[in-house]
Design a binder for this molecule. Structure first.
Ligand code: 16G
Length: 184
């Protein structure tokens, strides 16, 4: 099995987003097609395994020791379903992933067979903070979920990140997030 640059999903989905409808201010201005000097925003590919993708994820939670085979198998599964939009920011000079976030679309019978979006694993590497990348990732995936016709988009976050997500019109819901944890 080979690690390569095949994108998880069609890259034009990101480049063709109507960025003018983004409501969050950026200063200096950045966008999915111009995320900042030396940076690229694009879909995940398997070659990102060797660009420190898993190390970035481990800044959020335990990522575990993942082998290239496990990584490729998971990637292939995600690609086949067509419901996973893992985006990364690459420092093109270093050849390293510096940020990532995921949109997952979930299919429903309710709301006339609608789709719902979930934002997951939003992480900016500690070496790349202060470049508005978290804001860029969340704005991008929120716009993408609208473009994909999701009727709503949700996320779970730590209490100290609530103010950050409120900037993008996310509100704490009346529903309570519950979990049953089997292992860490
Ligand atoms: C945060 C993440 C979530 C991730 C979880 C991992 C965002 C918006 N939320 O809640 O996507 O799955 O952390 O924590 O990035 P865990 O290892 O305790 O499940």
């Amino acid at each position: 099995m080979l690690l390569d640059d095949t994108p998880l999903f069609e890259p034009s989905l990101l480049q063709d987003l109507d960025w003018s409808s983004n409501s969050v201010p950026f200063s200096p201005a950045i966008s999915p097609s111009d995320p900042g000097p030396g940076l690229l925003l694009r879909p995940l590919c398997t070659a990102d395994f060797n660009r420190g993708f898993v190390k970035v994820l481990s800044q959020l939670t335990r990522a575990g020791d993942i082998t290239p085979e496990q990584f490729i198998n998971k990637f292939e599964h995600m690609k086949k379903t067509g419901d996973y939009y893992v985006i990364v920011v690459e420092d093109a000079n270093m050849g390293q992933i510096v940020a990532t976030a995921t949109l997952i679309t979930e299919h429903k019978f309710i709301h006339s067979c609608a789709k719902r979006g979930r934002v997951e694993e939003v992480v900016v590497s500690d070496v790349c903070r202060g470049k508005q990348l978290g804001k860029l990732l969340v704005s991008t995936l929120t716009l993408l979920s609208q473009k994909l016709d999701c009727y709503k988009i949700t996320l779970e976050c730590a209490p100290n990140n609530v103010a950050f997500y409120e900037k993008f019109s996310y509100n704490a819901s009346d529903d309570t997030y519950m979990q049953c944890r089997f292992y860490d």
